[in-house]
Each structure stands twice: as structure tokens, then as C-alpha cells.
Design a protein. Structure first.
Length: 414
């Protein structure tokens, strides 16, 4: 029966033959596979979402290269832990044994901690393997990044996860093969799809569902695990969403570009991904307000009113009530005509403003609030437009910028 170790840990692959997914980097003839099999190991960084095999690959590498394996989590370790590891690695080197130091969530180490690791990587005291869910170019110091090979791991496909789940159900030694349960293929696929490419989430959900069924009143025949059992085990449909990491910005970018591309259905989907995943509705609303002027502007000035009203609704109501107000604004913006004329015009004006901040306003545009100001020409010659039946011809820009046009429509690409 079950041990105290989670199912995902008990089933952790120990060889490449057991490893599922990532064939573009660990398949036969691929670079990482050749480096490991040729015993030409160097420091590595595995970048990818949770549950795709980063830690497992590190274990396989250490086993395959007959190296001593030490694992640290960046969330609970620091310089003192690193110092102890280096001391152990130094002793092992004297005995002819290499040390692989695996640091999970390396992006959580600050610059000073990463700096402390760097010289030991440079001198070869250890072989460093880091795992991160964040873009390493943003989170890993340049010197450490330049001394490591970066491999990008992708989310597992539903088919990959189904293979993992099938192994769990048939493995009697480490898995769930001894439990009197059955799981239909369509239920396994549901679990694989809800897991969002994360094998650990899928295995945890399966284990909870199976254990719950096994604790039911004894039955002579096997208990069928249903879709409802799976959903209850996962507690709710699993959303892959990192409120603070790169994925957050990927989703807001997808929402912005879907609205800009006039696809209201895609815009609604990305909006729901963010809100149901726990994003701050006010943050999303602020981005929609910005979009209304940046990407729609004068093509439909009503968009700003809609977006601002949605922002106000988010401020007053919060989630979940304000979701429908944001949906209205997002769909309106997606279906609206688009123009970035205001955005480009202001950008051009701002560039000139920075370059000509020494220029004063023309004298005829200045208010003469004292007699002295009148005497030196403030307001002289100014024409008050409401007093004229036709548009007034007078210059409003500094003489150095006379005739400058910012609101210029671009030619449309065909």
C-alpha cells in the first residue's frame, strides 16, 4: 500500500527509458543526451513550468554520470548551506568523486547568493544544475548564465501525462496497481487535460481520487473512478497561472493582442484565464483603459468611456461580480475600430518636447497678468477664436517647430 512519500516521488523515473516527454532535448541523438552519455557534463539550467521533469532530469544525470547528488531548494537555503556543500564536494573530489549540486527554483536566490555560487562553478568544484520556472535571462546573473547551458522544457502533452498515469495505475510496487479501482480512458484524459501539462498535479489528483475510493465501504468489485471524483480531488479546475512570474505577463500580452486583433472570443478567454487564476481585476482594468486610448483612440472615443466604467465597477464591486463588467469592456474594445494615431502622435510630440524644453511659448499665447507683461508683448496680437466666424489663422507652436504635424495617419500595409 501507500508509503509516506507522494506518488509523484515514488514514481520518479530513474532512467531515460522511464522518462516521459522532452524528446527534443533528451531523445536519442539530442544534445543533452549526448553530453550525458559521453560524460561531458557541464553546468546546466533547466527552464520550464512546474511538473515537466526538471528535477527528475537532474537525478537521472547524477545517476548516469556516477556523481554525488546534492539537492537544495532556493526557497529555504542560502550562503551557509552552499558553504557546507562546497566543503563536502571538496572532500569528495579528493576521493575522485564529482558532485552535482541541484538548486531548485534558483531564481529565488538573490544576486549576492548567486555571486557566492559563481566561483565554485568557474573552478569546477561542483557541477551546477539549476531549475527555474522564470526566464533565466531576467532572474539569473549574467556571469552564471554565461557559464551554463540553458535547456527549455515544455509543458507535457495530454498524451504524455496519460502515459504517466497509466504507469501509476499498473505499477504494483511503487504505484497504485494494488488498489481495487478502475479508471476509464476518458476519465484519464480529463485528468490529463485539467493538469495543464503538469505531471505532478495529475499524479496528486489521481492518488487522492484512488485513496478516497479505497476508503469507501468495502465492495467485492472494483470501484470506478469518475470524472466527478477527479474534479473533487483537484478541488477545482486547475489553472496554470503565476501571479508574479513571466506567465502573468504572457497572459496580459495575449489579452492585449487579442483585443488589438479584433478577436473578442480569444480576448474573453485570456481575460477569464487571468481572472479565474486570481489576477487583480483592477490591474486588468487599468490595462484595458490604457488600450482604449492607445489602440482605439479617436477611431471610437466611446471605448474609453466603456473601459473607465469597467474600472470603476472593479473598484466598487471587486470579484467575482466585476468580471462581467470587464468582459463587456474587453469585448467592446475587441470589436471596435482600431487606431494608434493618438499613441504615435503623443510619442512624437514627447520626443520633440524632450529635445526642445528650452523653447518658450510664443508671446501672443502668454497671459499678460501685469502691465509690465503687456508692455513687453505678452498676449499682443492674440486672436480669440470665438469672436471670428471662420477659423483663425495663427501659430500655436514655437517658431522653431512651425508647421510641425503630429497627428499624421500612417499608410496602411496591404
Amino acid at each position: 500500500m501507500l508509503t509516506s512519500a507522494p506518488l509523484a516521488e515514488r514514481l520518479r523515473p530513474r532512467t531515460f527509458a522511464e522518462f516521459v516527454g522532452q524528446m527534443d532535448i533528451v531523445g536519442q541523438g539530442k544534445l543533452l543526451r549526448k553530453l550525458i552519455e559521453g560524460d561531458q557534463l557541464s553546468s546546466l539550467i533547466f527552464w520550464g513550468p512546474p511538473g515537466v521533469g526538471k528535477t527528475t532530469l537532474a537525478h537521472i544525470i547524477a545517476e548516469h554520470t556516477k556523481s554525488r547528488f546534492i539537492s537544495l531548494s532556493a526557497t529555504g537555503s542560502g550562503k551557509e548551506d552552499l558553504r557546507q556543500v562546497i566543503e563536502q564536494a571538496t572532500m569528495s573530489r579528493r576521493l575522485g568523486e564529482r558532485t552535482v549540486l541541484f538548486i531548485d527554483e534558483i531564481h529565488r536566490w538573490n544576486k549576492a547568493q548567486q555571486d557566492a555560487l559563481l566561483p565554485h562553478v568557474e573552478k569546477g568544484h561542483i557541477i551546477f544544475i539549476g531549475a527555474t520556472t522564470e526566464n533565466p535571462s531576467f532572474e539569473i546573473i549574467g556571469a552564471l548564465l554565461s557559464r551554463s547551458r540553458v535547456f527549455i522544457l515544455q509543458r507535457l502533452s495530454a498524451e504524455d501525462i496519460i502515459r504517466v498515469l497509466q504507469r501509476a495505475l499498473t505499477d504494483s510496487e511503487h504505484g497504485l496497481g494494488n488498489y481495487p479501482v478502475t479508471v476509464e480512458d476518458k476519465t484519464l484524459r480529463l485528468l490529463a487535460e485539467l493538469a495543464g501539462g503538469d505531471a505532478r498535479v495529475a499524479l496528486n489528483g489521481l492518488e487522492l481520487a484512488v485513496v478516497a475510493a479505497a476508503k469507501s465501504p468495502a465492495k467485492k468489485k472494483k470501484t470506478a473512478i469518475t470524472a466527478d471524483d477527479i474534479k473533487e480531488a483537484l478541488q477545482r479546475t486547475h489553472f496554470v497561472f503565476d501571479k508574479n512570474g513571466e506567465e502573468f505577463y504572457n497572459l496580459i500580452s495575449a489579452l492585449h493582442k487579442s483585443m488589438r486583433g479584433s478577436d473578442p472570443d480569444a480576448a474573453l478567454y485570456w481575460l477569464a484565464r487571468m481572472l479565474e487564476g486570481g489576477a487583480d481585476p483592477l490591474y486588468v482594468a487599468r490595462r484595458v483603459v490604457r488600450f482604449a486610448s492607445e489602440d482605439i483612440g479617436m477611431a471610437n472615443s466611446e471605448a474609453l468611456i466603456q473601459a473607465t466604467a469597467a474600472f470603476q465597477a472593479c473598484h466598487q464591486l471587486g470579484m467575482p461580480e466585476c468580471a462581467v463588467h470587464l468582459a463587456q469592456a474587453v469585448v467592446y474594445c475587441a470589436k471596435s475600430a482600431k487606431s494608434n494615431l493618438l499613441y504615435t502622435a503623443y510619442s512624437a510630440a514627447a520626443e520633440d518636447a524632450r529635445a526642445t524644453s528650452h523653447l518658450g511659448a510664443p508671446l501672443h499665447l502668454r497671459n499678460a497678468s501685469t502691465e509690465f507683461m503687456k508692455d513687453i508683448g505678452y498676449g499682443k496680437g492674440y486672436k480669440y477664436p470665438p469672436d471670428f466666424a471662420i477659423p483663425v489663422e495663427q501659430e500655436y507652436l514655437p517658431a522653431e517647430l512651425k508647421g510641425k504635424k503630429y497627428l499624421v495617419s500612417k499608410k496602411i500595409k496591404k
